[in-house]
Design a protein around this ligand. Structure first.
Ligand code: SIN
Ligand code: CO
Length: 384
């Protein structure tokens, strides 16, 4: 996606303008972001997903003034004619190619920040109550109508009694009714409440992720600690020594030299961009726990090592996550055994690599062998 080409999806803004003016800053309402929008799944298909135990789903409703939430899987749902309930299904992009393709239209934001596509369906007056999210979100109306009220309030105190995030007070400043194809972007911590008007209300949320700074620090420390166990640096071989320790008359006092030795030992761990990239690359591409790749039948695969196909494409499985930094390449929670050469970077960026692309012709033997392994693992597919 060219960052400088105006996009209907962004109401005529270029992705570059959107990122400068709205991203993380202020809402944007886009009427007709998609022309004659057809959601990737029908309402019955969303309900069917909610029956599965490898799909995260929630049911939300309000009864006698109190909010209720139940987690799926759901073998039965309330009747469609009963007003006021919402079913939310998370990670739909992992289960449906159309949903994954829709999400990929938002790849003007780095993959490292894109999280998932959630679909909610609601009967008349259904909604999940006034709340805020910690992340940016695009709320795309799939079918039916939803009235959104939004406001940039400072007071984000939540109702401690409610089983889901509900604001104690809600002071909306604006209100819009969204119809199929309309979309609303909200930055993090922006209060909002969407209520279905009529039945068959479907909303698709393109969600982002942003680790808390504390999470980043903990993750880095854990990663550094694991790397240390695998490959301890030379400076950390051996034990604490104190040939100069004098005899003491206060044996309970902790020796200063030991404090200094502990600090010196930890400073031998290099917190450099290399370590941060390895940590982030592995962590960001780690498949969600419910993702299980099915190994391909080796007999049905081309032999990339010895007989590179003249036509066709290699395509990442919709659940495969692949990112790179410099020559470091990460895929599904692992550091790739080969550097991020031109062809592999194209595969990561475009999620496909034509076999007759000039870069494919220049693939080295070890890159072909690695691609073969990914084909066998079901991470990459060959489409003739
Ligand atoms: C919904 O889809 O019903 C709620 C989405 C949201 O408010 O974030
Ligand atoms: Co929300």
């Amino acid at each position: 996606m060219n960052p400088h080409t105006p996009a209907r999806l962004l109401g005529g803004l270029t992705p570059a303008q959107f990122m400068q003016r709205h991203w993380q800053r202020k809402p944007l309402l886009i009427r007709g972001a998609f022309e004659r929008f057809q959601p990737p799944l029908t309402i019955p298909q969303v309900k069917r997903l909610a029956r599965r135990d490898d799909v995260e789903s929630r049911l939300v409703w309000r009864e006698s003034g109190r909010w209720h939430m139940e987690r799926g899987p759901f073998s039965r749902l309330p009747p469609a004619r009963e007003p006021g309930w919402t079913l939310l299904v998370q990670g739909v992009n992992l289960h449906d190619d159309g949903a994954a393709a829709l999400m990929s239209q938002f790849r003007f934001v780095p993959d490292a920040r894109l999280d998932d596509l959630m679909i909610s369906i609601a009967t008349d007056q259904g909604g999940v109550g006034p709340h805020f999210d910690s992340y940016d979100v695009f709320l795309l109306q799939g079918s039916g109508r939803r009235r959104w009220r939004i406001g940039k309030q400072r007071n984000l105190e939540l109702d401690p009694e409610a089983p889901l995030k509900i604001l104690q007070r809600f002071d909306p400043a604006e209100e819009f009714v969204l119809e199929a194809g309309d979309m609303l972007y909200l930055p993090p911590a922006y209060a909002h409440d969407g209520i279905a008007e009529g039945d068959d209300c479907m909303t698709l949320s393109i969600g982002f992720r942003s680790p808390s700074l504390e999470e980043l620090a903990r993750g880095m420390l854990e990663f550094a600690s694991d790397s240390l166990a695998e490959r301890p640096p030379a400076a950390l071989r051996g034990h604490y020594r104190d040939p100069d320790q004098p005899a003491v008359d206060r044996p309970a006092a902790l020796p200063e030299s030991m404090v200094e030795a502990a600090l010196a030992a930890v400073s031998a761990v290099k917190f450099d961009p290399q370590l941060a990239s390895r940590y982030l690359g592995c962590w960001l591409t780690e498949p969600k726990p419910e993702v299980v790749f099915e190994p391909a039948n080796p007999d049905a695969l081309p032999d990339l090592e010895h007989n590179w196909p003249a036509a066709g494409v290699l395509a990442l499985d919709r659940r495969t996550q692949m990112i790179y930094r410099g020559k470091l390449l990460f895929i599904n929670g692992e550091v790739a055994p080969v550097p991020a050469g031109a062809a592999l970077r194209t595969l990561a960026d475009d999620r496909r690599l034509p076999c007759d692309a000039p870069a494919s012709a220049r693939l080295k033997d070890e890159e072909r062998a690695t691609l073969q392994e990914w084909l066998e693992a079901g991470w990459v597919h060959y489409l003739a």
